[in-house]
Design a protein around this ligand. Structure first.
Ligand code: PLP
Length: 222
């Protein structure tokens, strides 16, 4: 299967209201260009160095989503071009994004990453931390970010009912935050969940953004 075949299959299968992020981490720019030539525009990377070097050589109308743990000292390098930072996991990081967005005369879209999996290793907020962030005066004073919703990764497991439960929990937290903090903000509506192994479940559970790597570009070597 080629990148083109994989994308066409996904476009057929995934409802048009759900955005597809082609996760191109570790993949060469040649493969990204194949997806680009097929008309795909949204790509995701999880390392700042990699996204910077790829962005520099690829067409400027690609929309880049940052989906990995982001160190505050790296924000300045991606602030000029990043479309959405999906992995906001602290107030400190959000403040830095706001600062660098302002320097660039931009408003950067963000999602809060939640820890929904049973594994210890995954980054992300819990509901209480997210509420503290959203209630803070610092957040209220940010003019150069816009918060669009939530992102999460389910447990790496074959247990479909556990995965479904975790996605359902993420959606419930998004609804809760919407009601509590974003009632009047139409565009707080995004739930980024679902990867190659679990996007079908995620879409059933209300995902609005799926992040698919292997299912488009093939298995990663590393
Ligand atoms: C790598 C990655 C993906 C895509 O994973 P696949 O299994 O290749 O589809 C999605 N989300 C995040 C945060 C990732 O790091």
């Amino acid at each position: 299967m080629s990148v083109l075949d994989n994308l066409n299959q996904l476009y057929k299968e995934i409802p048009p209201g759900v955005k597809i992020v082609a996760v191109s981490k570790t993949m060469p720019v040649e493969l990204i260009l194949e997806a680009y030539k097929a008309g795909h525009r949204i790509f995701g990377e999880n390392k700042s160095q990699e996204i910077i070097s790829k962005q520099a050589v690829l067409p400027k109308d690609l929309q880049w989503h940052f989906i990995g743990h982001l160190q505050t000292n790296k924000v300045k390098y991606i602030a000029p071009f990043i479309e959405i930072i999906e992995s906001v996991d602290s107030l400190k990081l959000l403040q830095e994004i706001n600062k660098e967005a302002e320097k660039n005369g931009r408003v950067i879209k963000c999602l809060m990453q939640f820890h929904i999996a049973t594994e210890e290793t995954k980054f992300g907020l819990d509901l209480e931390e997210a509420e503290l962030l959203l209630m803070s005066r610092e957040f209220a004073e940010m003019n150069n970010i816009t918060m669009l919703g939530v992102m999460g990764m389910a447990s790496f497991t074959g247990d479909e009912s556990l995965i479904r439960h975790e996605f359902r929990n993420l959606k419930a937290m998004e609804r809760h935050l919407k009601n509590k903090f974003f009632k009047d903000q139409q565009d707080f509506c995004e739930i980024s969940m679902g990867m190659t192994g679990d996007y079908r479940i995620a879409v059933e559970e209300g995902s609005t953004i799926v992040r698919i790597g292997a299912g488009i570009f093939g298995k990663r070597q590393i």
